[in-house]
Write a protein that binds this ligand. Structure first.
Ligand SMILES: Cc1ncc(C[n+]2csc(CCOP(=O)(O)OP(=O)(O)O)c2C)c(N)n1
Length: 698
C-alpha cells in the first residue's frame, strides 16, 4: 500500500510512502530484537541492547534520501534495516562473525556502521558520534552537496558535551544537519527529567535551530515530521531538531533488570500506548489494508526467515587470533621524492606556512580550522598567515571549543578520506576534545578498516616561545601553555605522533601527514617556531644540524617513522642521544661542547616521528655506541621518554655497556612561569652535557 503524504510546508513536495513496506521493516526490527534478546538469555553471546519502542526510526530513514548520511545510535536497528535491507548484519555482529558488515565481529552488537550505506560508526560512548556528524555536515556544506546528515541519540545523550558540540557546530556554521533526540524517558535507570531543565525544543531552538516535538509512537507522524524538517534543511533555512517522544518497551539492555527501576503500571501503560509497531499495525487494520491475521502471518514469516539466516550465520567464521592487530594504524607508505626547489634559510614557522599552502595547492578541499586561523595574523603564531593570503577561505575560524574543531576536521576527513588540519592553539587545550581525538584514532580498528579518519592536529607544544632553552631566557609559557603533549598522544592506539626539530623536517613531515589515513598529531615546539640553527656554547654554528634550516621551495615529503642520525665529531661514536623536538637542539649543543672539550664523538638520533618511532635506527645506533641517553622535555612521570628508555633496555640490553641514562623535566605539572623555576624545571644543554660527560668516562 502506498499513501500520499501531505505537503506540510509551502514548497515541500508531496511524497509517496509504501506504508506496508515500512511496517514490514518495523516488524522485522521487532522480531530480530526478540530473537536476539532470547539468544542472549540462552547464553549464546555475551550482550544485547534492543530497539523495542524505537522502530519508528525506520520512518525517519524512509523520509530521507539514500544519499543522506546517518549517525545512528544503538537503538536504531529499524533505521539500519530501512537503509540497508540487511537482515543478516545484526545477527552476524551478535555472533561475532567476520562477515559482520559493521565491525566484522569486533565490537558489541548494535553498533551500526556502513560506509557503503553512509552510516557512520556508532560508538558505545553515548552521543560521541555527534561532533563527527557535525564534520560531515560541514563537508557537505563546503561541497554545496544536496544531502544532509541525520544524527540521533537518546535523552541521556542530550546531556553530553558531544550533543552541545553538534548543536554549536550546526548553528554557528548553519549546517545541513537533522538532530534527533529519541526520548524514551530513561537513561538506564535515570528519568529524562534529570537530563535537562525546561524545554529541549526551546533549548535547542534558542540556538537558532528550527525545532519540533514529535510523537514517535506514531510512525506516520514521524515520517511526515522528518519530511518537513528535511525540507527545511534543503531549502537552505539551516539545521533542524526533532524531540522524538518514544517509549522503551524493554529493559535498558541485557544487563539490566527492568523491574528494579520501573513499576508495573508504567511498564504496562508504555506497552499499551507507545508501541509504534502495534500502533501502525492497528492503523493498517482500521484502514482495511491488513487483516489481523496478516499481521500474525507476517511476524511468523519474518521469524522463520530470521531463523534460517541464523543457521547460515552460525556456519560463518569467527575471528582468528592473528587478526587482533589488524587495522590499528595506517602509516602512509613513503614515496621516494627528492626536493627539487631552491633552498632558502627559513624558520620552522615559515616552513609550516609553506607546507600548508603547498597542501592547499594540491587539494582544493584542504583547509585549516581553528581559533583565529582565518585572521590576517594567521592564528596566534602566524602559522596560517600565508594560507590566509594565498587561499582565502581555506583557513577557517572556529568557535573557542577544541571538540568542535576536532569534530569538524575528523568528520570531514571520514566523509571523503582526505586529511584536513585542526589547529589547537596550545596542546594543553586539546583536553576538552580528548574523547573525540581518541575515538577518531579508534574508528579504523573498531570498524575493522571500514572507515578511516584522516586528520592532522597541529598544535604548539613545549615550554614558552623564543628559541632553544640554552640560547634564550625563560619561555614564560607557564601552565596552560607549556605542556609537551607526547605523553598524551603517543599512548593512543591508532594515532600517529610527529615532533619535528628542524624547519626542513617540519615541512616534509607535515606534507606527508596529509597523506595518512590515520589521525596525526603534529607537535610544534613553541621554542623552535622562530629558532635560529643551534650553536655551541661559544656561539659557533653546529653545521651537522644547521643545514636543516635550509628549506626547499615547493612540494616534498619525508617518511613517517624514520629517525634522523646527526653526528657531532669524526671519531668512533662514544655515546648516542635519543631525542626529539627542542631536545635535539639542546643535545646537539651539549654534544658539540663535549666534542670540543674532550674530542669524543656523539651521535644524536632525532626521532622526528614518535609513534611509530624508528626502532631499527635506535637499535642500530645503540649497537654502535653502546652508551645511550634518552632526553625528553616531558615531566618525569609516566611518559613517552620513559617508554623509549624501557624499550632500549628491553631490546638492546646486550649492546649496552651500562644502564641508559634518562634526562627529563622534573615531575611537576608543567614549566612554571618565572624564569628561575622554569630553568630549574627543564632539561637543557647544561644538564645533558654533565650526564654525557659522566657516561663517557664510565
Ligand atoms: C559517555 C557515556 N557515559 C555513560 C555510559 C554508560 N551508559 C550506556 S547507555 C547509558 C544511558 C543512555 O541513555 P539514553 O541516551 O537516554 O539512551 P537509551 O539507552 O535510554 O535509549 C549510559 C549511562 C556510556 N555508554 N557513555
Amino acid at each position: 500500500m502506498t499513501i500520499e503524504m501531505r505537503a506540510t510546508e509551502a514548497g515541500a513536495p508531496a511524497t509517496t510512502l509504501d506504508v506496508i513496506a515500512l511496517y514490514r521493516t518495523m516488524v522485522t526490527a521487532r522480531v530480530t530484537n526478540d530473537l536476539l534478546k532470547t539468544r542472549k538469555t540462552q547464553g549464546r553471546f555475551p550482550f544485547y541492547i534492543g530497539c523495542a519502542g524505537h522502530e519508528s526510526m525506520a520512518a525517519v530513514v524512509a523520509a530521507l534520501d539514500e544519499e543522506d548520511w546517518l549517525a545512528l545510535y544503538y537503538r536504531d536497528l529499524a533505521a539500519w534495516l530501512q537503509r540497508t535491507g540487511d537482515m543478516y548484519g545484526p545477527l552476524r555482529e551478535a555472533y561475532s562473525r567476520t562477515t559482520g558488515p559493521m565491525c566484522a565481529g569486533r565490537n558489541m552488537p548494535s553498533h551500526y556502521s556502513s560506509k557503503r550505506h553512509r552510516i557512520l560508526p556508532v560508538f558505545s560512548e553515548v552521543a560521541a558520534l555527534c561532533p563527527f556528524a557535525g564534520g560531515v555536515g560541514f563537508s557537505i556544506k563546503q561541497h554545496q552537496g544536496k544531502e544532509l546528515v541525520m544524527c540521533s541519540t537518546g535523552d541521556g545523550g542530550s546531556a553530553t558535551n558531544d550533543f552541545s558540540v553538534l548543536v554549536r557546530q550546526a548553528s554557528v556554521h548553519q549546517l545541513p544537519v537533522l538532530i534527533i533526540i529519541e526520548d524514551n524517558g530513561w537513561a538506564i535507570t535515570t528519568p529524562s527529567s534529570v537530563q535537562w531543565g525546561g524545554s529541549l525544543v526551546e533549548w535547542v531552538g534558542g540556538n537558532g535551530i528550527y525545532a519540533e516535538e514529535v510523537d514517535g509512537s506514531d510512525a506516520l507522524q514521524t515520517y511526515e515530521a522528518t519530511r518537513r524538517l528535511a525540507q527545511h534543511i534543503h531549502s537552505g533555512q539551516g539545521p533542524a531538531f526533532m524531540h522524538l517522544r518514544l517509549g522503551l518497551l524493554d529493559a535498558h539492555s541485557s544487563s539490566t533488570d527492568i523491574k528494579t527501576y520501573r513499576n508495573k503500571e508504567e511498564i504496562e501503560l508504555t506497552a499499551a500506548t507507545k508501541d509504534p509497531v502495534k500502533n501502525l499495525g492497528r492503523w493498517l487494520v482500521e484502514q482495511g489494508q491488513l487483516a489481523s491475521d496478516d499481521i500474525e502471518r507476517m511476524r511468523k514469516e519474518i521469524r522463520k526467515e530470521l531463523e534460517q539466516i541464523e543457521q547460515e550465520v552460525l556456519q560463518e567464521p569467527e575471528p582468528e587470533p592473528e587478526r587482533v592487530l589488524q587495522h590499528v594504524v595506517y602509516v602512509p607508505e613513503w614515496r621516494e621524492n627528492t626536493p627539487r626547489g631552491t633552498k632558502r634559510q627559513l624558520t620552522m614557522l615559515g616552513a609550516i606556512n609553506e607546507a600548508l599552502t603547498e597542501q592547499a595547492k594540491r587539494d582544493p578541499d584542504f583547509f585549516v580550522y581553528g581559533q583565529d586561523v582565518g585572521s590576517a595574523k594567521g592564528g596566534v603564531f602566524g602559522a596560517t598567515a600565508a594560507l590566509v593570503t594565498q587561499f582565502p577561505g581555506q583557513a577557517i575560524n572556529s568557535p573557542l571549543n577544541e571538540q568542535v574543531i576536532v569534530g569538524i576536521v575528523s568528520g570531514a576527513g571520514m566523509k571523503d578520506g582526505k586529511a584536513r588540519c585542526a589547529e589547537i592553539q596550545f596542546v594543553d587545550y586539546h583536553q576538552s576534545a580528548t574523547q573525540t581525538i581518541r575515538l577518531a584514532a579508534r574508528i579504523p580498528y573498531q570498524s575493522f578498516g571500514g572507515w578511516q579518519t584522516p586528520m592532522i592536529i597541529r598544535t604548539k607544544s613545549g615550554s614558552g616561545g623564543g628559541g632553544p632553552i640554552s640560547s634564550s631566557s625563560a619561555g614564560g609559557g607557564g601552565f596552560g601553555h607549556s605542556n609537551t603533549g607526547e605523553q598524551w598522544f603517543t599512548s593512543i592506539p591508532g594515532m600517529i605522533t610527529i615532533c619535528p626539530a628542524t624547519p626542513f623536517d617540519a615541512k616534509g613531515l607535515l606534507l606527508e601527514a596529509a597523506r595518512a589515513q590515520s589521525p596525526v598529531t603534529f607537535l610544534e615546539r613553541g621554542r623552535l617556531y622562530r629558532s635560529e640553527p643551534p650553536k655551541d656554547s661559544e656561539g659557533n654554528l653546529i653545521a651537522a644540524l644547521a643545514e636543516y634550516w635550509n628549506v626547499p621551495d615547493g612540494y616534498y615529503t619525508l617518511p613517517i617513522g624514520k629517525a634522523r642520525r646527526v653526528r657531532i665529531g669524526d671519531g668512533p661514536v662514544g655515546a648516542v642521544i635519543v631525542a626529539w623536538g627542542t631536545m635535539v637542539l639542546e643535545s646537539c649543543t651539549a654534544a658539540a661542547n663535549i666534542n670540543k672539550r674532550t674530542g669524543s664523538t656523539v651521535e644524536i638520533v632525532d626521532l622526528r616521528s614518535l609513534a611509530p618511532f624508528d626502532e631499527e635506527t635506535v637499535a642500530a645506533a645503540v649497537k654502535e655506541a653502546n652508551r645511550v641517553l634518552v632526553v625528553t622535555e616531558e615531566s618525569d612521570l609516566t611518559s613517552f621518554g620513559r617508554h623509549v628508555h624501557s624499550w632500549i633496555v628491553e631490546h638492546c640490553f646486550y649492546d649496552l655497556d651500562g644502564l641508559p641514562v634518562f634526562v627529563s623535566a622534573l615531575p611537576s605539572p608543567a614549566a612554571p612561569y618565572n624564569g628561575i623555576e622554569e630553568t630549574a624545571f627543564l632539561p637543557s644543554a647544561k644538564n645533558i652535557e654533565a650526564k654525557l660527560e659522566a657516561l663517557l668516562i664510565e
